[in-house]
Write a protein that binds this ligand. Structure first.
Ligand SMILES: *[C@@H]1O[C@H](CO)[C@@H](O)[C@H](O)[C@H]1NC(C)=O
Ligand SMILES: *[C@@H]1O[C@H](CO)[C@@H](O)[C@H](O)[C@H]1NC(C)=O
Ligand SMILES: *[C@@H]1O[C@H](CO)[C@@H](O)[C@H](O)[C@H]1NC(C)=O
Ligand SMILES: *[C@@H]1O[C@H](CO)[C@@H](O)[C@H](O)[C@H]1NC(C)=O
Ligand SMILES: *[C@@H]1O[C@H](CO)[C@@H](O)[C@H](O)[C@H]1NC(C)=O
Length: 382
């Protein structure tokens, strides 16, 4: 048997050519290192050494390119704190919500007295019983809600509205107009803490979708009746555009023109001593105060600072405005880590803010678990 040596002259010349070209490339290239391992006069050890060094640096290049790419993948948006001063009149004054810890006007309903009656086993009248149940919800004593009913009827809102203590503010000044009557500027809103009062908040028709607010009264859960209704319209302001160049002074939402205590909002709140009911909310009386952006629904159980009785509290706001260039809109929201305000559709809200989204999320989940929502959550009834 003869062994057949397969000889392919075409292939052979192809490799020869390749070698030739590579040799020529090595001699002329400007890249350091190549010329050494092609030079035939060098010892094999030297040539392999140069090959090794070249491969090593090539590997290091790929590695660093890979890591830069990975880093870009993770956070493609570079936040550049080129801090530039912005005049304070270019941003709205914060919305302020004040929530009394006193939830009842005691001349209308004495919660402590009812509690004592219940403890002593004295039967309550039907009205007292219902009031006690509803107010236990607001007072945070849910374990006193013993009704066999799964949900409260709409009467609940009427009772909360009827029993709310009066909100008495005096000596109020805002911007340059001192001792104005601030009472109409603080509009009642219904929150998880009962009735609160908000200043500089947007009208409910500008926060909630029309399907939430424009139904018949009885179907309109949140916002309830004439709660959260602001008479001023937003005309020359938008979240992304800010205030237009329109030279008006009394635009809504309000803005401050200068910083400092005398240019901010100052007020005195009066709490009747007889309204203090330590059974309802425990020992901490006073007020909760929230500062936030005007298009957000207040959640006074989450972030607030306390305003104790018989004390004066000063809060200063140090706003941080982060401007996003529109060119990052082409990145996916997951990559850039934020939404533009009209990018994330919310079922209940016209405007996306992180807080509104969280409220909607908890509403969705409550609806899914219980087939009903809590009284302060937006809802649509069809
Ligand atoms: C409410 O009831 C308590 C206990 O019976 C009583 O001490 C208090 O004075 C009552 N408050 C008012 C305003 O009537
Ligand atoms: C429970 O439901 C019944 C029937 O709808 C109603 O008459 C009653 O007042 C409700 N009770 C409470 C505490 O809401
Ligand atoms: C409120 O104004 C009245 C006069 O209108 C004044 O006597 C009182 O001291 C003021 N109170 C505060 C806390 O500034
Ligand atoms: C505020 O909202 C209510 C309820 O949606 C609406 O009827 C009213 O016209 C709105 N007010 C303004 C000034 O837009
Ligand atoms: C809530 O549910 C609706 C549909 O049922 C959905 O369109 C919306 O995105 C959900 N909201 C959130 C914050 O997940």
């Amino acid at each position: 048997m003869t062994k057949l040596a397969v000889h392919n002259p075409k292939k052979n010349s192809f490799f020869k050519n390749l070698e030739n070209y590579f040799d020529q490339y090595c001699k002329r290239t400007g890249i350091h290192g190549f010329q050494y391992f092609c030079e035939h006069g060098r010892s094999p050890f030297e040539r392999y050494w140069w090959l090794f060094v070249l491969l090593l640096s090539f590997g290091a290049c790929i590695y660093s390119v890979y890591w830069t790419y990975q880093k870009w993948e993770r956070s493609p948006v570079i936040v550049n704190f080129a801090s530039r001063g912005t005049p304070i009149y270019k941003i709205p004054f914060p919305a302020i919500t004040i929530c009394p810890e006193t939830k009842l006007a005691s001349e209308k309903f004495n919660y402590t007295k009812m509690m004592h009656k219940k403890e002593d086993g004295i039967p309550l009248s039907r009205e007292e019983d219902i009031y006690f149940e509803y107010m236990s919800m607001i007072c945070g004593n849910e374990n006193f809600v013993t009704s066999e009913n799964q949900t409260f009827p709409d009467e609940f809102f009427d009772v909360v509205d009827h029993l709310k203590p009066e909100f008495q503010i005096t000596n109020c000044s805002f911007f340059l107009s001192s001792s104005i009557n601030c009472k109409p500027l603080f509009i009642p809103v219904l929150t998880e803490e009962g009735v609160c009062y908000s200043f500089n908040i947007l009208n409910r028709s500008e926060i909630f979708r029309d399907t939430v607010v424009s139904l018949k009264l009885i179907h309109c859960r949140v916002p309830y009746k004439d709660y959260h209704v602001v008479s001023q319209k937003v005309t020359h302001w938008s979240i992304e555009g800010g205030y237009s160049a329109y030279p008006g002074i009394n635009l809504y939402p309000y803005r401050a023109y200068l910083s400092g205590i005398s240019k901010g909002l100052t007020l005195t709140i009066f709490t009747p001593y007889k309204d203090l009911d330590y059974t309802c909310r425990g020992p901490l009386q006073g007020y909760r105060v929230l500062l936030y952006t005007p298009m957000t629904v207040p959640r006074p159980s989450q972030k607030y600072f306390r305003l104790p009785l018989d004390q004066s509290v000063v809060a200063s706001v140090d706003p941080i405005m982060i401007k996003t260039s529109s060119s990052i809109a082409k990145y996916h929201a997951r990559k850039r880590g934020c939404y533009f305000h009209n990018e994330r559709y919310l079922k209940y809200f016209k405007v996306y803010t992180s807080n509104n989204c969280k409220l909607e999320c908890v509403t969705n989940y409550t609806l899914y678990l219980c087939d009903c929502v809590s009284y302060f959550m937006p809802s649509m009834w069809f």
